[in-house]
Design a protein around this ligand. Structure first.
Ligand code: CTP
Ligand code: CA
Length: 227
């Protein structure tokens, strides 16, 4: 018997969170990565845990330590992150807060590349799998609630709305990471939650406040029993 408590809690629910950057090796000492402290993803995992969820936290090499009381799966590359996500399913909600590197070096060198005689190295890139889109478009076993992030510097709402459609996720959390906002690398966030029929801008707040609000929304949504 599935017990569904409409009390705003996430007890008995499994939430999957991706967080942090991925690192894509160039050679044993160099890599390609996005900027990501992992702070927002970590805060979301904590907020979901605090509402009673079982949390799987798939994290790239982030500066901040992972939360206590969650299942931590450490990865380095996007492809490893994708495998870890697949392995952690099924889930009631999946939140993709990681800053996944869009490209990897198609053939990482297994010896350190040296400066010198041969001139500048030419890096041949390959596109990484889109982990969020893969899960959002699953035909079987798709989590009932799939949430993506969109960190943009221009036309934030427009780009994020298009991104939600393209990827097929239910909600997208958009934020403006232009240098003048000071959001990138900071402790605060100013986000707009975009769903199929709504666009809601939240006041600028700490990343943990944003995380708690999002976690409550997730609990409300799942508690409505329309999954
Ligand atoms: N994402 C992902 N796998 C990727 C790239 C992105 O799961 N290979 C997820 C991110 O975790 C985030 C969302 O997709 O939740 C949007 O990421 P973003 O980098 O903004 O989107 P992209 O499709 O990579 O587009 P852009 O060209 O703007 O980087
Ligand atoms: Ca990207």
């Amino acid at each position: 018997i599935a017990v569904r408590l409409a009390d705003g809690s996430l007890r008995g629910r499994h939430a999957l969170v991706t967080s942090g950057p991925t690192h894509e090796p160039i050679d044993p000492v160099r890599y390609i990565a996005n900027r990501s402290s992992g702070t927002q993803g970590t805060a979301i995992a904590e907020a979901l845990r605090d509402l009673g969820a079982d949390v799987s936290f798939v994290t790239g090499p982030a500066a901040t330590p992972p939360p206590a009381g969650v299942r931590v799966i450490r990865v380095e590359t996007a492809r490893q992150m994708q495998d870890a996500v697949t392995g952690a399913l099924p889930a009631d909600a999946a939140i993709f807060a990681a800053a996944v590197a869009d490209w990897r070096v198609s053939q990482a060198a297994d010896r350190k590349m040296k400066k010198g005689a041969d001139g500048l190295p030419q890096l041949d890139l390959a596109e990484n799998p889109d982990i969020l889109a893969g899960v959002a478009q699953m035909r079987q076993g798709r989590p009932p609630l799939v949430i993506g992030f969109a960190a943009e510097t221009d036309n934030v709402i427009e780009n994020a709305t298009a991104k939600r459609m393209r990827k097929g996720c239910d909600w997208i959390v958009a934020n403006d990471v232009s240098p003048e906002t000071g959001i990138m690398g900071g402790t605060e966030n100013a986000v707009t939650l975009i769903a199929e029929n709504s666009v809601e801008t939240w006041p600028r707040a700490t990343k943990s406040q944003v995380a708690r609000k999002l976690a409550r929304r997730i609990a409300d949504h799942l508690g409505r029993g329309d999954d």
